[in-house]
Design a protein around this ligand. Structure first.
Ligand SMILES: [Zn+2]
Length: 568
């Protein structure tokens, strides 16, 4: 399918996204967010690089170019096409293109099969032992080998587009091949910030990128050989290659040899010199644009980073020792504790009424892992009264609590048959955007749906339950909790109230739309569902694990769907 209007719309949306993420407000907040994330994960190396980069950017503000495409006369190339990338060591997260170019294959080379787990666009190819051996099992070398040997890797193709692992293809990429210059058989972006390898070398040294000593040596060599200044610099993150072009093959293999020889760790420093050596001018490489970061066909993400396990464990051990006691135990992180961390909101409404699952509680949080009493109650139920972790279940978790989410992810890692989906109205906390009143899954999909403290926010309760009923399997269970005011016989609800303060006084939180009472079970049954109430009967267990006091979990199922079928 090729629909130019559709392509245009996707690229326009992406351009808006790019403009937004380049705005000052966004950048400022993003810097803060990143800093916090690095600190929390003890990623000191990342922190150091970020600090250097921000310092460098402060004094080097210029970005030469904002437009991304100059010429319009592209000659569409025909032939078999492939888009390829290489991800080693979980350095990047592979992302699906939004719009797939028809008759183009998407291939990822990686050392980890799970790289394609979250996407169904890319075809995974394991890196052969031969290549690994050639590259001395060095991930950076393997990556460059793949990048610079498309002709050897794709003998049955005519055109190839290489993208770095952190570059997401958003839209149709067929145009990219049209920009290929037949002299070199290549097309690339110009570097957005720097004009030649000399400037780039300086920046690399300042930003601690690559091998400082070898970069200096390389520059000395360039000066000696009179490699001209202002030759031009390419951004080598996206490369369109004509695989039938002999020059392209020569350039790329020379580039790889140069990269190995010079040991700078920066391939962008090598390519312009190789072109010059082969008597090509900068313009002999086709022009994809002057700023990759502004090209609406792509999106550039940050590389992944790993948290510092050593420090993380150290902090955890310190917390465990500090809080050690025999009185309590956290059922999620298994720490033995002398006391819980108190917390929760203190407000007149919680003093006047007993609301289970809200207000100030002494056993609010685990001081080691941060699990809340209501999380521990739900987890206690899941672990002891369900087979959710033992079978190949399909699970949907709404607005996942961080600590339960992490537990599930770990369990899924150990037992791959579990399919765990998380959804929320904004995707910050979940993997997908899912609206509980319009769930984008077919009927009878899930074995379990977990939905804690969500429905008190949902205006259209009836619609939500109808949707839950639709997507749960007849044998499945919905595990649901809401804050319940046990001093009220009836649920209080008034859709006309929208003032946050009024909502606080009536429904116990500014963004709640009702306050559930003792009639909750009956209320749900009215929607044609079977409801059981689960309570921890053993007070010793409730006390020991600090589970939410008098907490209620509603276990909901739909039973046999078709009553007529039962009669037959
Ligand atoms: Zn804990």
């Amino acid at each position: 399918m090729k629909n130019s209007q559709y392509i245009k719309a996707v690229e326009q949306l992406n351009q808006e996204y790019i403009n937004y993420t380049h705005s000052q407000v966004y950048l400022k907040n993003n810097r803060k967010r990143k800093l916090k994330r690095y600190l929390r994960n003890f990623a000191f190396k990342r922190l150091y690089f970020a600090f250097k980069a921000s310092l460098y950017n402060k004094f080097n503000k210029k970005i030469n170019k904002n437009s991304y495409i100059l010429n319009n006369n592209i000659n569409i190339k025909k032939g078999k096409k492939v888009v390829y990338t290489c991800i080693m060591n979980k350095y990047d997260t592979l992302r699906s293109p939004v719009l797939r170019t028809s008759d183009t294959d998407y291939i990822v080379f990686s050392d980890d099969q799970n790289v394609v787990k979250e996407t169904n666009f890319w075809k995974y190819i394991e890196i052969s032992e031969e290549i690994k051996k050639k590259c001395n099992y060095n991930p950076a070398l393997i990556n460059r080998y793949i990048k610079m040997h498309p002709r050897e890797l794709f003998p049955n193709y005519d055109l190839a587009l290489y993208v770095d692992g952190n570059v997401r293809v958003i839209s149709d990429v067929e145009d990219c091949f049209g920009y290929i210059n037949d002299k070199t058989g290549l097309a690339m972006h110009e570097h957005a910030k720097r004009k030649d390898v000399y400037e780039e070398a300086k920046a690399c040294i300042k930003l601690s990128k690559g091998n400082k000593k070898n970069i200096k040596k390389l520059i000395q060599k360039y000066e000696k050989e009179r490699f001209p200044h202002n030759f031009g610099l390419y951004q080598a993150s996206v490369i369109a290659v004509d695989l039938k072009n002999k020059n392209a093959q020569k350039i790329m293999s020379d580039w790889y040899q140069g990269f190995i020889q010079e040991k700078t760790g920066r391939d962008q420093l090598i390519l312009p010199y190789i072109l010059w050596k082969n008597n090509f001018a900068f313009q002999d490489v086709g022009f994809l644009g002057s700023n990759l970061y502004n090209n609406p066909k792509f999106r550039v993400y940050d590389h992944n980073f790993k948290h510092n396990h050593f420090f993380m464990n150290l902090v955890n051990i310190k917390r465990k020792i500090w809080n050690f006691g025999l009185q309590y135990k956290c059922n999620i992180c298994h720490s033995h504790l002398k006391k819980w961390r108190a917390g929760g909101r203190n407000h007149q409404i919680f003093i006047d009424n007993k609301i289970v699952g809200a207000g100030y509680r002494k056993n609010f949080q685990c001081p080691v892992c941060g699990a809340k009493d209501k999380d521990r109650l739900v987890y206690y139920y899941l672990e002891n009264y369900t087979d959710v972790f033992q079978r190949a279940n399909k699970i949907l978790h709404f607005a996942p609590e961080k600590i339960i989410y992490q537990k599930f992810k770990r369990k899924c890692h150990n037992y791959k048959a579990i399919q765990y989906y998380t959804g929320d109205l904004n995707s910050d906390r979940a993997d997908m955007i899912v609206d509980i009143t319009d769930i984008n899954f077919p009927k009878n999909t899930f074995d379990y749906i977990i939905c804690n403290h969500v429905l008190e926010h949902v205006m259209e309760e009836k619609k939500a339950f109808a949707e839950l009923k639709r997507v749960i399997k007849p044998t499945g269970k919905i595990i649901l909790t809401v804050p319940v005011c046990v001093s009220n016989a009836k649920t209080i609800e008034d859709n006309s109230i929208t003032d946050p303060r009024e909502r606080m006084n009536l429904f116990c939180q500014e963004d709640h739309v009702r306050l559930y009472g003792r009639d909750t079970k009956k209320r749900i049954e009215k929607y044609g569902l079977i409801v059981e109430e689960f309570k921890v009967k053993n007070k010793d267990i409730e006390e020991k694990y600090g589970l939410l006091e008098d907490g209620i979990i509603y276990i909901i199922s739909k039973g046999k769907e078709d009553k007529n079928e039962k009669a037959v």
